[in-house]
Design a protein around this ligand. Sequence first.
Ligand code: GLU
Length: 457
Amino acid sequence: MSASHSPSALPPPVLRFAPSPTGLLHVGNARTALLNALLARRAGGTFLLRLDDTDLARSKAEYAEAIREDLLWLGIAPDLVARQSERIALYEAAAERLKDAGRLYPAYETEEELELKRRVLRARGLPPIYDRAALDLGASDRARLEAEGRGPHWRFRLEHRIVAWEDGVRGHQQVDTASLSDPVLVRADGSFLYTLPSVVDDLDLGVTQVVRGEDHVTNTAVQIEIITALGGQPPSFAHHNLLTLPSGEGLSKRLGHLSLRALREAGQEALAVAAAAVLVGTSHAVEPVESLDALAALIDLAHISRAPARFDPEEVAGLTARTLHLMPFAAAEARLAAEGIGGGAAFWLAVRGNLKTFADARAWWQLIAAPAAGLIAPEDAAFLRDAAERLPAEPWDGTTFGTWSKAVKAASGRAGKALFRPLRQALTGREDGPELAALLPLMGRARVIGRLCGGAA
Ligand code: GLU
């Protein structure tokens, strides 16, 4: 094998996520986006965001903006953004080339006429494939139709051959394009349907690998034919299973199902949502990860199941908590600072195991740093005052609580719950929470004395 064929000599891959900005991204879209972004990242490649906004009536600038924000929140900001609405000239040039090559032909049937043809075929038990009647039209027929006021739409003439590819998820795939209608690429008003712009952009932007939902498997056969007709080299393809609601119902951007926005507003961690979106419906367990790089390392397209994957929002809540419990201080630091939470790594490591959402950290910080009255049962007041007197001098560290509570135990004769419960309640006002050994140095001696003695400290 020559050096140029060794895997290390392959050029870095280019992958893309290509949503239409017609709604908010849901977790199913996140699965596609993350697979592309993380495969690119893992291989030192490029991740493109391509906004499929040729449908001007349904595409909205605010959705395009929301998509970028949501990707940023997930931690997968694209290296480059392309908007199809700004690239129409490229699609027009490609359409002309296909016309010149005899692969794009004008057709004049109305939607009603097409529907009638389909109905007749179905009634005869035949698949409703377009009969290519338009290919038989001569110049005079076309002139007559156009004189009637009919403008042509344009169909791609399929080769009626077996198109095959090795799919990254599904293995060997083949589609006989004789089983398909020649697809309409250009509408009568000159606007483009999804198929041609997607192919032109993949070629023009040098996309090497297309990872998308399995709803596009048939498109792939058509697109490979178009790419070949344009003299291009098809990228590799992988079609992943789709996520569904727990009920099995498909996710809809239009209906706002499980939007990333809603999950974020509910306090779910981006990393937890990412782990769930990528790992559900694969042979890998859905479990928390420490970073997107760690998640990227777990991706194996060949281990994605062929069956649809049910996405359970309840599971994300559990995963959010477990993600926080693992989160290193370095990953939390900027967010803590943005919330005005101090205490550094000592605070974070003391409380992270008690968080359900990141916002809970604020309550623990207030408990430590803001004035608060301890919770003291009357029968414990004397015991707590005595305990306060036994507090050692500062500086305090992680061993202070152990030394102190041993002294309190010896002096009071209390042990177990009778010893620790009133201390915890007086110091935190709560029955449970982080280790008191970790909290004590964060609170400091003056505050601890105040709380043990029932003041707001
Ligand atoms: N806009 C298409 C979609 O959202 C893109 C499909 C593709 O990845 O080519 O389904």
